[in-house]
Design a protein around this ligand. Sequence first.
Ligand SMILES: [Ca+2]
Length: 281
Amino acid sequence: MPLTAATRRHLSPESNVKAGQPRGPWSSARLLVALAMAVAFAGCSRNDADPYSVVARVAHDTTAYTQGLVYAEGQLYESTGLLGQSQVRRVNRTSGQVEAAVALAADRFGEGLTLLDGKLYQLTWTSMVGYVYDAATLTPLDSFRYDGEGWGLTTDGDALIMSDGTAQLRFVDPGTFAVVREVTVRDQGSPLSQLNELEYIEGTIFANIYRSDWIVRIDPDSGTVLEWIDLAELLPERERTITTDVLNGIAWDGNARHLLVTGKRWPWLFELRLASSGLVP
Ligand SMILES: [Ca+2]
């Protein structure tokens, strides 16, 4: 299936290449994402009915280069990236105000963030080191090593689940940080790379696809893509500026059963009710 104009508009401008990443290899990676999307269209896995409705929106810090988003027990946590600007933050769910923040060293590029048993776990992009914080105080507690790049992070309540830009998801023991298992994410049989921010929700994994307006829902056991959710219409063009970057950041309000999503330097965090996914109240 040819890449249509409608498909291309879901891809973000070339200027949105991740800071510091070489452009050459990313051109082919971008093509793979586009092809994967084309396959998804061809497979008619899209739901033509509105896949979601916007329940509310809350102000989001337009300087926050969002890399990780977590919501639990009334608290919203956010990890931000870029060298010299990376932080872990606790953000007021209602006002969007940053209530507390801790900065990473200037040579560390913050990435995925998750919360497990009162501790926040944060990845870095290429430093192959992650950090552990006390969620109540944001006090740094520990660090850990891993191979390769760090992109998204979530948890199923047992393991840490991380993405690294490839089609692989790693399940990591939060005590030893050993890789317990890996799964290849596949859409209609083909590996799907560029898996970015993650959120484990009621038995499936939601993942942003980097430099796209799509979220996929993944079976954590088989790696099979179960659903594509199109968020291209979420942030209108009139609300985008030259610094507005890609959709990234997924959290789950289990009480309201609403999805919380935002983007890098987006002006809003959106609260969505999904019409599919079996996650309707
Ligand atoms: Ca998340």
